[in-house]
Design a binder for this molecule. Structure first.
Ligand SMILES: Nc1nc2c(ncn2[C@@H]2O[C@H](COP(=O)(O)OP(=O)(O)O)[C@@H](O)[C@H]2O)c(=O)[nH]1
Ligand SMILES: [Mg+2]
Length: 586
């Protein structure tokens, strides 16, 4: 476990002790604690088949354990973790898994079809040294196998950082790889390039390839990306790349703001309790009335936002997506024609699915980000005026602004690393299956769709929920399209058929499927943002409720209570300044 992770968990435990037995809500604290415990930093190693990904990881491990030279059919994404007690966990689609001896990694390929991915736990010094990072040996890019694409689609948005392996034999970054990296760029992820197997070429030849790749990076990406040359020295080079990642910093960036926000929210709750003790019963009742009013307004706003999105935004977003798909497919028309003329029957549908994925990812991501910002600000605005002239709120006049900022920050942060997916997959799949069964039975009376994740759902997660099913669908139906090409094999004819039949058919699929998915996910997004506001109002209500009830019953006790709350306030402030604000300066 990372030092930062330990510090943060200890901090939360101390906070829990301070607020123990009080009227303060610990729900957010527990959620954050679980996120901090679970978050892993996933580092997928990606690249074409045969690029030498598995060999590079074997070099890093110092043992020939991962299979090399596999065919697409037998490849499974393999997560590498340290454990003094080695074993292999083979995970199935339904989330169940089979625990096997680690050595079974060499024979599991014959059962590849049964599993979605593997988790390999090894007693290995390199893994121990970088135990906060989870390297993933990924299947090769560019297969049209569905399970393959699913594995890649699962990991891509969840990786914190990518190592892109290119074999020197390939000479450059393929178009297909460039498109996939474009998606990673949409998710805001960093990556380092590795030119692998340089021992197969002379230094001059290696320089040439490196120059070509540098030029492609400069052309294709806005940010700079390192290019590392690797021959037989994979162990050292990979260790250098991982050291430079600075997981402590990644972790700090991810959680420090959330810890500060949690602390502020607890301090606010204590202040609210103190103010309630100072004020009279009538004022408490008036405040409760205002909070109830606020809750009502938030829910009304939520419903009107959902209706507005449904009526106006879905159709517009679908149109945006279709024009992006159109534009991007037109750009690769010549590539599609050559693919259709080549012997590789599948390459054409592969290119289409890559282009569709990339165009949809970008567009949906942009739109959802705009929608979530709108929802946060409009829900915040709906609370304006609530509690304005109430003494109880007099020490926190900007509470709505602060709350809105906090929700907005939480939204961004949760999307930054979703590494906890892989660890929790089995459990969550199980839960989601149970839930969807229940939902089926309850569909009629449940108004809003629910999402399985704890904490804030982000635009990033929603994008995956929308894009993956669409692309999966596209992959399933594209083989049919290949029949279009058997008739005429002339270039101009092919081009015409692509333009008049294949591209329109692809767009029809998107037009049919996208609106329902978007609608469902946008509803869930707004409902979750609204829930964050509602939770805050409910917390305030509960504190005032409890304190004022006790207060009326037992007036003598209120001095003692005030002293206790003041002690809590002091202890929490001191702890926060020692842990959170000290660290910020480093
Ligand atoms: N000469 C040479 N061959 C390599 C190197 N790395 C991998 N290979 C070979 O490339 C082939 C594919 O390697 P593999 O690691 O399975 O590639 P993956 O599909 O990307 O995982 C195997 O036959 C390896 O022996 C290297 O650094 N030098
Ligand atoms: Mg491999």
């Amino acid at each position: 476990m990372l030092e930062t992770q330990c510090t943060y968990l200890k901090y939360l435990d101390k906070v829990a002790t301070i607020i123990d037995g009080s009227d303060l809500s610990a729900e957010n604290l527990l959620r954050l604690r679980e996120n901090i415990t679970r978050t892993e930093i996933l580092v997928p190693v990606i690249g074409a088949f045969n690029a030498g990904k598995s060999s590079l990881l074997n070099a890093f491990l110092g043992q020939e354990i991962l299979n090399i030279g596999l065919t697409p059919e037998t490849e499974l994404a393999t997560e590498l973790r340290f454990s003094p007690d080695p074993y292999l966990l083979a995970v199935r689609e339904d989330g169940s898994s089979e625990r096997l001896p680690a050595s079974d990694i060499t024979t599991i390929k014959s059962r590849a079809g049964e599993f979605t991915h593997l988790q390999l736990y090894l007693d290995n010094p390199s893994l121990e040294k970088f135990s906060s990072l989870v390297l993933v040996d990924m299947p090769g890019f560019g297969s049209s196998l569905i399970n393959h694409n699913n594995a890649i689609a699962y990991y891509l948005p969840r990786g914190a950082f990518y190592i892109v392996v290119i074999s020197i034999e390939d000479g450059n970054i393929t178009n297909s790889m460039m498109r996939q990296l474009d998606d990673l760029q949409s998710y805001g992820r960093g990556f380092t390039f590795v030119i692998n197997k340089i021992n197969l070429r002379s230094d001059e030849q290696t320089d040439e390839v490196a120059e070509e790749i540098d030029a492609q990076i400069a052309y294709g990406f806005t940010a700079a990306h390192e290019v590392v040359r690797v021959g037989w020295d994979g162990k050292e080079r990979l260790a250098e790349i991982l050291t430079a990642l600075d997981p402590e910093k990644i972790f700090r960036n991810l959680f420090l703001d959330q810890l500060k926000d949690l602390t502020h929210s607890l301090l606010d709750q204590i202040n609210l309790a103190l103010m309630t003790l100072k004020n009279n019963q009538a004022e408490a009742e008036y405040t409760l009335h205002e909070l109830k009013q606020g809750m009502h307004r938030v829910r009304e706003k939520r419903d009107s936002l959902i209706a507005k999105m449904h009526d106006h935004e879905i159709e517009r977003t679908v149109e945006h997506c279709l024009s992006a798909v159109d534009r991007d497919l037109a750009k690769v028309l010549d590539e599609l024609v050559s693919a259709a003329l080549s012997s590789d029957k599948e390459s054409c549908s592969r290119i289409i699915s890559e282009v569709v994925r990339s165009a949809l990812t970008r567009t949906v991501q942009e739109q959802l980000t705009v929608f979530s910002r709108t929802a946060i600000s409009e829900l915040g605005n709906s609370l304006n005026g609530i509690g304005k002239n109430i003494g109880i709120f007099s020490n926190d006049k900007n509470w709505v602004t602060n709350l809105t900022d906090r929700i907005s920050r939480g939204m961004q942060k949760t999307g930054e690393i979703l590494g906890n997916w892989s660890n929790a997959l089995a459990e969550r799949n199980q839960k989601e299956m149970e839930r969807s069964e229940q939902e089926e039975n309850r569909k009629k009376d449940s108004l809003l769709p629910r999402l399985g994740s704890r904490g804030l759902v982000t635009a990033l997660m929603l994008t995956t929920n929308i894009v993956n099913p669409i692309v999966e669908l596209a992959i399933i139906f594209l083989p049919d399209i290949l029949n279009f090409f058997t008739a005429g094999r002339q270039k101009t004819q092919l081009k015409k058929r692509l333009l008049t039949e294949v591209i329109p058919a692809t767009k029809r699929q998107i037009r049919d499927k996208l609106p329902a998915l978007l609608d469902e996910q946008i509803q869930a997004l707004i409902a979750q943002i609204s829930e964050e506001f509602e939770r805050d109002l409910a917390e305030k209500t509960s504190i005032i409720d409890k304190i004022s009830a006790e207060h009326t019953q037992d007036r003598q006790n209120s001095e003692k209570k005030t002293a206790h709350l003041n002690n809590m306030l002091g202890a929490l402030q001191k702890l926060a300044s020692q842990t959170l604000y000290k660290e910020a300066r480093i």
